[in-house]
Structures are given as structure tokens and as C-alpha cells.
Ligand binder design. Structure first.
Ligand code: S3P
Length: 435
């Protein structure tokens, strides 16, 4: 539980922890490769720790040399059958990416998750993997964890999926590594491409293109092996920095974040903040595996914002936060086409709708988003984050602009993705206190 008191304009300058999506992939691909990799700037959080533990159970060697610097001894595609159930905890990325790996690994395994992950859809990965010959069965409810994986010889396939999900795309590419022949995946629109970038770093040939209809087409011909190639540097997580940027927008302060990942598919939130009149300065420093740079966000929004279906993928994890900025912005803001939010760590449309209304914001839910009347006085409340780390952090940020002290329920939910959330917010002047 934390108490959040009205906060004057925040001021932050520094780095944020490593990118969560890239950390998962760095661990998984290094573990599959032949040879030794060093990962620098790895995120340590409950989600990435779940991936770490699963990979250890599958035979990879993982050792932390110093904080954030990890040495991985890969298994050269030869994973060993895990003794117990692989636990993905709260992490959808762990579960879905590992499903792709396990489908082609030729071993027996069981995969499970916590209460929230057990509710999330896995069929979107299981079905296309089934078309490649994978043998995956749901042990309890159809299409949900826990799942049982059995050995199977996979073949390449032409696959289509109707969700623009990087987790699904990545799972299928990881399965295609061990399948015989070409696999092509057609997704309704481009999503984050961290897996493709990192596969190339490990010497894998993978192609990607966008067709005339805006679909993303990725292809990989298996079998292919991964060769370790020195160090992987994980940049700062823009989805984590977004909490500081939003706190700046909500309190009328300033947040400068260095060394943050600027992958085009991850910075839709910054585009929306700028559309809403918040000052956003982006300077790209370097392009390695990923574009990286410095971002300064300052001042309050001056106008309402509009998000439509085409924008959603590039700010999927930041939509709860954007709803908070919309609550501050003058005028009526709208988010549409974000039905995917209903199957995240919680039903984020409902959870945020409830939290915003508790803080006195006029917010109406639709199947794919919200209509938010912004610019009114923010109140104070006892806030229920519905067990969801991003909802918890987003509501805390909005509560900083409240008239009186609010209380956020839940047990250190931010440890799932941003373990230093409270410390960094306090450093920025945020009046948050663990109670
Ligand atoms: C992620 C992709 C997104 C995102 C999640 C992380 C990834 O999920 O919401 O937090 O690392 O690939 P979907 O691919 O299901 O949209």
C-alpha cells in the first residue's frame, strides 16, 4: 500500500531500468545460442526473473557478474526437460515466448502462471503453433494455462493472426527456428520488432516487410541456429520512463530520461503527449541493436487527445497512463480500438475507468476504450489497482495531482516491471510513501 500526497511539479533527470521486452528476449535468445553472451543493463523484475528461472530449469547457465551484467551460457538449441512445472508468474511475455521455444524443443514440459496469467488467452499462440505441428494441450480450461507441451517435429507454415501482437509474432519466430522449411507470419499491423532485431544479432536470417494493406509480414526458414556474439546492451525502458513523463505532464513538471529505447513501435505515447500540447524533445544518440536516446518531457497538456485503432499498438502499455494525462487535459478525449486492454494483466479498460471515476474524473467506458472529460479538479480516493502493476503506477501518477492524499491498495505491484518506481518518483519530488 502507498500513500500519495498532492505533489508540486516534479523534476527528474537520469536513467530508468532496462527495457522489459528486450530483457526477456536477451535472456531467451542467449540461452538458446551456442556460446557465451554477456547482457548489460538487464532488467531485474518479477517478470524477467520468471524468464530467468524457467531458462535455468531448461539447462541454460545464467550468472550475474555485477548488478545488471549477466553472463549466459547457451545450450546450443539443446534444452533439457525441466523437472517441475515452468512458472511464468504474472508474465505474458515469458509464457508466450517460451511456448514458441518449447513447441520445437523436442521435450516434455508444463507451463503455468499466476491467477491473472491463467485468465489470459493462449490460443492465439497455441493455434498457429498447432498448424506447425506442435503438441500443446490445455490441462484445465481450454486455451488457458496450465499447458502441457509434448515433443513434436515442427514444419514451417503460412500463418495468419488477427491480433497485432509482438508476443504472438515472437513465439512463432522462435518456433520457426526449429521447424523444417519456411514459416511466414501475417499480422494486421506492425508491432515491436525487438525479436527480429535480436535474432539478426545472433546470426539468424529473418525478413520483415509491410504490405500495401499495412499488414506486417515476417518470415524465417528453419532450422537455424543462434551464435553468441559478445555483449547485448539493454537500453532503458520507454514504458517505464513513461511514468516519469506522465508525472511531469500531470504535475506541470519536467522529466529528462537518458539512454532510453526509441524504437518507433514503442514511442506512440510521446507522439500523443506532443499532440496534446505537452513539450516533448527527443534526441537520438546512437543506433546499435535498437535506437537509443534522450527524451525531455515538460509542462501540462493544453488540449484533448484522440487515439484510434491504428495508434494502439505503439502505445499499448501506456494507454492507462495516457488516460491519466487525458483526465488533466482540457476538453473531451477519446481512446478507441483498444479492446486488447481487456486481456492484459487485468481488464485495463474497466480497472482504469473505475480508478479515474474514484478520483472524480468523468470517464465512460466503451468496448475498446474511454471517453474522458478532462480538466476538472482531481479528487482523492482509496484506489484499487485490480492486481495490475501498470494500473497501480498510472493511478499513483494521477493521484499526485489530487486535491488531498490518496491511498493505493496492493502489495508492491510495481515490482513486476519497475522495482524502483517509488524511489525514482520520490527522487523526482513525488510525494509517495509506502505505508
Ligand atoms: C510485449 C508485447 C505487448 C505488450 C507486453 C510486452 C512483448 O503485448 O503489451 O507488455 O514483450 O512482446 P502483445 O504482444 O500481446 O500486444
Amino acid at each position: 500500500m502507498i500513500k500519495i500526497a498532492p505533489t508540486p511539479p516534479i523534476s527528474f533527470s537520469g536513467e530508468v531500468p532496462g527495457d522489459k521486452s528486450i530483457s526477456h528476449r536477451a535472456l531467451i535468445l542467449s540461452a538458446l545460442a551456442s556460446g557465451e553472451s554477456v547482457i548489460e543493463g538487464l532488467l531485474h523484475s518479477a517478470d524477467t526473473d520468471a524468464t530467468w528461472a524457467c531458462l535455468l530449469a531448461l539447462g541454460a547457465g545464467l550468472e550475474e557478474d555485477s548488478p545488471g551484467r549477466v553472463r549466459v551460457t547457451g545450450v546450443a538449441s539443446h534444452l533439457t526437460s525441466p523437472k517441475g512445472t515452468l512458472e511464468a508468474a504474472n508474465s505474458g511475455t515469458t509464457a508466450r515466448l517460451l511456448l514458441g521455444v518449447l513447441a520445437q524443443a523436442g521435450l516434455y514440459a508444463s507451463l503455468d502462471g499466476d491467477e491473472s496469467l491463467r485468465l489470459r488467452p493462449m490460443r492465439r499462440v497455441m493455434e498457429p503453433l498447432g498448424q506447425m505441428g506442435a503438441r500443446i494441450t490445455a490441462l484445465a480450461r481450454d486455451g488457458r494455462l496450465p499447458l502441457k507441451i509434448q515433443p513434436a517435429a515442427l514444419h514451417g507454415a503460412d500463418l495468419q493472426t488477427d491480433v497485432a501482437s509482438a508476443q504472438v509474432k515472437s513465439a512463432l519466430l522462435l518456433a520457426a527456428l526449429g521447424a523444417e522449411g519456411p514459416t511466414a507470419v501475417d499480422l494486421p499491423r506492425p508491432s515491436r520488432d525487438h525479436t527480429e532485431r535480436m535474432l539478426r544479432h545472433f546470426g539468424v536470417t529473418v525478413t520483415s516487410a509491410v504490405d500495401g494493406a499495412g499488414h506486417e509480414l515476417v518470415a524465417l526458414t528453419g532450422p537455424q541456429t543462434l551464435l553468441a556474439d559478445g555483449a547485448i546492451v539493454v537500453p532503458g525502458d520507454p514504458s517505464t520512463a513513461a511514468f516519469l513523463w506522465a508525472a511531469a505532464a500531470v504535475t506541470g513538471g519536467r522529466a529528462e530520461v537518458h539512454g532510453v529505447c526509441l524504437n518507433e513501435r514503442r514511442i506512440g505515447f510521446l507522439r500523443l503527449l506532443a499532440d496534446m500540447g505537452v513539450t516533448v524533445e527527443i534526441s537520438a544518440d546512437q543506433i546499435g541493436l535498437e535506437p537509443v536516446g534522450r527524451v525531455v518531457v515538460s509542462g501540462r497538456p493544453t488540449r484533448h487527445g484522440e487515439v484510434s485503432r491504428a495508434d494502439v499498438v505503439d502505445l499499448i502499455d501506456e494507454l492507462p497512463l495516457l488516460a491519466c494525462v487525458m483526465a488533466i487535459a482540457p476538453g473531451v478525449s477519446r481512446v478507441e480500438g483498444a479492446e486488447e486492454l481487456r486481456v492484459k494483466e487485468s481488464d485495463r479498460i474497466a480497472a482504469m475507468g473505475q480508478g479515474l471515476r474514484a478520483l472524480g474524473v468523468a470517464c465512460a467506458e466503451s468496448p475498446g476504450g474511454w471517453r474522458i472529460e478532462g480538466g476538472r479538479r482531481i479528487g482523492s480516493a482509496e484506489l484499487d489497482p485490480c492486481g495490475d502493476h501498470r494500473v497501480a503506477m498510472a493511478l499513483s501518477v494521477l493521484a499526485m495531482a489530487g486535491a488531498k492524499e490518496s491511498t493505493l491498495l496492493g502489495d508492491r505491484l510495481w515490482e513486476v516491471s519497475y522495482p524502483t518506481f517509488v524511489e525514482q518518483m520520490q527522487l523526482a519530488g513525488g510525494r509517495l510513501q509506502e505505508a
